[in-house]
Design a protein around this ligand. Structure first.
Ligand code: NAD
Length: 481
């Protein structure tokens, strides 16, 4: 069995302060495939000390030097794509084709995006034309603690590590203990790219001990967190005493509004597939489909047919099927919510509790559609994080907007209509960080982040770089006039 019990601290692989082995489980087989260590506050101290010591030199390097390091990293990342795809597929269950194209591809896309966006940073500028001696200067914030989830491992890790390093920050990464293999491989890539000792450090561990120690550490200047709203709130509280910057990318329950004038077949099929992609484990998944009443029954029929065509299968195989959920905990949570949907009176259109036919092990869930879901139900309000869609009719635009916004979350929102004026009006009424009309794609470097309990950060491109920068004002008297 693979043993990956060391941490990457100060440019070397080091044993944890105290041995604390932890199994990595293959969600397709429920068997242990690797052993890592859970760290402690002593390991975090060591990593933060290394990051602090490296900060003065790294932050003072010319940005072209940092760009050259990240360009080398991108080359190495691309060369190691197949190994990375296997690591992700094994640790969190994404089928190989999806893991290679989407999971690994997302990291590639973000690194490339940051390498373009770094040239847009205005490191120094005058406050205004009439105040030329007052200079606005951008500087790296310092030592950053980075905590990431398991559902899109390299997407999240590259969205944090790369902008931090490019702007001149030094980091301690704590990846998800559920899916740590991809991050351990990423650390090897960082090492091979020649990132100087101490600039990047990795400590594995769970949230309540290692994550909390990092968040509360007095020598950490900023926490960048992606994960559940519950844990994001815990990080914020732990960081409060030291008044560090905290950026949060949290959960979602994103609405997908379909007006009757849209291409119903295309949008319902696309909405169902997007909801179930990655086995429903995406923060921005369109999990609440709101349909104009006149198209509602047709939409249900299309959704049923589409969900019944979503194949569930072995992640180690190629294909466009979905894999298992990541863990027993996640499987139990999804089952509980499916049962709650039935018990609370939603109409079960297809799927339901239990594993799909033919599976007696592995955390596989059934693609499930509920109709007649109302805001009082748990499946309306709670992030399920499984292949489960909730459908609800609306009578007019005002009701669609009210229902869409009736959630504690505000990550993404989707809407489809042929009417440009309506599209613009509704998009601007939605309390969400990212809106896609007729499923138009976002360009590289567009800001990813949410409103309300979906967080406060914006990752990707120049917005993601900016999160890691401080703003300094220097008034030089008459020196620049
Ligand atoms: P999680 O909150 O359980 O864990 C995420 C990370 O936080 C892990 O590394 C975990 O060890 C750590 N953690 C847990 N408790 C902690 C604590 N008290 N202090 C510090 N760290 C702690 O989430 P998860 O189950 O790994 O991931 C799924 C969640 O992530 C979903 O809610 C999903 O919507 C969200 N997510 C959001 C985005 C986004 O960009 N908005 C992207 C991906 C995932």
């Amino acid at each position: 069995m693979l043993k990956k019990t060391d941490f990457y601290i100060n440019g070397s692989w080091v044993a944890p302060a105290e041995p604390n082995p932890f199994p990595v489980i293959d969600p397709a087989t429920e068997s242990e495939i690797a052993e890592i260590s859970l760290g402690s506050s002593a390991d975090i101290d060591k990593a933060v000390t290394a990051a602090r010591a490296a900060f003065p030199t790294w932050s003072a390097t010319d940005v072209t030097e940092r760009i050259a390091v990240i360009e080398r990293l991108l080359t190495i990342y691309r060369a190691g794509a197949e190994e990375m795809a296997k690591a992700i597929s094994t640790e969190m269950g994404a089928p190989m084709s999806f893991s290679r194209d989407e999971q690994v591809g997302a990291g590639d896309w973000h690194i490339e995006g940051f390498l373009k966006a770094i040239h847009e940073i205005e490191w120094e500028r005058p406050l205004r034309a009439d105040a030329p001696s007052e200079r606005i200067i951008k500087e790296p914030i310092g030592v950053c603690g980075l905590i990431t989830p398991w559902n899109w491992p390299m997407n999240q890790v590259t969205l944090k590590v790369v902008p931090a390093l490019l702007t001149g920050c030094t980091v301690v990464l704590k990846p998800s203990e559920i899916a740590p293999l991809s991050s351990l491989l990423f650390a090897e890539m960082i090492d091979a790219a020649g990132v100087p000792a101490g600039v990047f450090n990795l400590v594995n561990g769970d949230g309540p001990s290692v994550g909390a120690a990092l968040s509360a550490h007095p020598d950490v200047d900023m926490m960048s967190f992606t994960g559940s709203t519950r844990a994001g709130s815990a990080v914020t509280k732990a960081a409060a005493d030291t008044v560090k910057r905290v950026t949060l990318e949290l959960g979602g329950k994103s609405p997908n509004i379909l007006f009757a004038d849209c291409d119903l077949k295309k949008q319902v099929e696309g909405g169902v597939r997007f909801c179930m992609e990655n086995a429903g484990q995406s923060c921005n998944a369109p999990t609440r489909m709101l349909i104009e009443a006149s198209a509602y029954e047709d939409a249900i029929a299309i959704a049923k047919e589409t969900a019944e065509k979503v194949a569930v299968g072995d992640p180690h195989e190629e294909g466009d099927h979905i894999g298992p959920l990541v863990s027993q905990t996640q499987f139990d949570k999804v089952q509980d919510l499916i049962e709650a949907g039935i018990a609370e009176g939603a109409r079960l259109v297809t799927g339901g509790a239990g594993r799909p036919a033919g599976f007696n092990r592995g955390y596989y869930a059934r693609p499930t559609i509920f109709a007649n879901v109302i805001p009082e139900m748990r499946i309306w309000r709670e992030e399920i994080f499984g292949p489960v869609l909730a459908m609800t009719p609306f009578k007019d635009e005002a009701e669609a907007i009210r229902l869409a916004n009736d959630t504690p979350y505000g990550l993404a929102a989707y809407l489809s209509t042929q009417d440009p004026e309506r599209a613009r009006y509704v998009a601007l009424q939605l309390r969400a960080g990212m809106v896609r009309v007729n499923r138009a794609p976002f360009a590289q470097g567009s800001p990813f982040g949410g409103y309300k309990q979906s967080g406060n950060g914006r990752e990707g491109g120049i917005f993601g770089l900016d999160d890691f920068l401080e703003t300094k004002t220097v008034a030089f008297g008459d020196m620049f006039s």
